[in-house]
Structures are given as structure tokens and as C-alpha cells.
Design a protein around this ligand. Sequence first.
Ligand code: HEC
Length: 206
Amino acid sequence: MLTPFKTALLLLIALVLLAAFMQYPSSTTSGPEYTSDAKLELPEHYRDWVYLTSGFDMSYNPAMQMADHHMFDNVFVNPEAYKAFVQTGTWPDKTMLVLEVRDAQGKGSINQKGNYQGTEVMGLEVHIKDEARFPGKWAFFGFDDGKTGKMVPLTADCYTCHAAHAAVDTTFVQFYPTLLPIAKSKGTLSAAYQKETEASEKNEKK
Ligand code: HEC
């Protein structure tokens, strides 16, 4: 027999479970969603995803003078894709990598030296693998503002640089410290990247 006390207790447990379930972010089902005009919906919970790296003042052009401010970039990946990478050394279909750019701050609070990240997001780009949708399997989306991103045209230099220099499947795994050893041990490093590292190792020995 359920006493009124037991009934109340069961009800309470049910409510707590329901509340916990509703709070659970949709980051666990993190597949891409597109709008009817082929934009990508911002994966809003990307900050709950797996963190890969922070680049500081990275530049592809040795001659380029940095302006008098510094920049950080942070890279995140959806958890399902991360798990698959750990097992296989490469990315599954529906992988989404987010690159978030923040400005570097110097003086503030107790900080006297070095840099920390500002609260404002200065840029947001997504690299997404959707085999059925994109001819090269992957596409870039830029989020200027708001919650939907426009696809970067396939002719942009984003695609050329990533294809020519990225270590695994057009992504820059050589800069993601927890993933590079996995790719090495699984033998999934791209031919282009292996050639590049061999060439630079030879140069260092000279
Ligand atoms: C000259 C080479 C180069 C070009 C051009 C380039 N990138 Fe990248 N990209 C990189 C490097 C290097 C990283 C690694 C950043 C890090 O380690 O923090 C990267 C990382 C990324 C990432 C994180 C996921 C990944 O694929 O590794 C995204 C998203 C991204 N770039 C988007 C873009 C977009 C969009 C463009 C064009 C508007 C672009 N990139 C152009 C070199 C390039």
C-alpha cells in the first residue's frame, strides 16, 4: 500500500529526475542542423563539448606583422566525434569542430604579466563533415553574428590550406596535443603532412 508519505516521496523523485533530464544540454545530440536556406544553426552548447586547444597569435604568414593586440583561438569538437577519433584516429560523419576567437587581455585584476582571454567572442567558425551534403565531405561555416552561419564558398583559401597542410582529414590535428599521438599510433596522418614534417626535420638536421 502506498501511504501518502510514500506517494509524495515518489512524486518528488519523479520531479527531480524530470528536472535533471530537462537541464541536460542538447550537446549530447550534437548533430548539425541546417536552416531551409542552407545555413548552419549555431551549435549553441559547443562550450560543453570537448576542448582541443588554444592557439595564441598563430599566423600562417611569417611576414605578417601582428597588430598591437594579441589573439587567442580555442577549438572544440562534439563529444561523439571525439570518442570516435580516440578509437579510430580519424573523424566520423557529422563531426563538427568549432574555432572561437577571443582577444587577449594584459592588465586586469591582479595580472601583471602574460595574457588571458577576454569575455567577448571576436569570431566563430565551424568545420563540419557531412558526407552526403558536401562534395569534398567537409565545409566551413562562418558566424558573423547571430545564430546561423553562412557556408564559406568552396573556392575560398580555407579549403586549400586545410587540404594541403592539415594532419588528419583536413583538420589541424598537429596542433591538438591530445589527438596527435592517437593519429600517429593509428596511422591516420595525411600524406601531405607526413611529407611536410619529413622535409622540415631534414632541414633542421642540416
Ligand atoms: C594558411 C592556412 C589556413 C587557412 C587559409 C585557413 N586556416 Fe583554418 N586553421 C589553420 C590552422 C593552422 C588551424 C589550427 C588552429 C589552432 O591550432 O588553434 C586551423 C583551424 C581551423 C578550425 C578548427 C578545426 C580544424 O579544421 O582544425 C576551423 C573551424 C578553421 N580553421 C576555419 C577556417 C576558415 C573558415 C578559413 C577561411 C576563412 C580558414 N580556416 C583558413 C590554418 C588555416
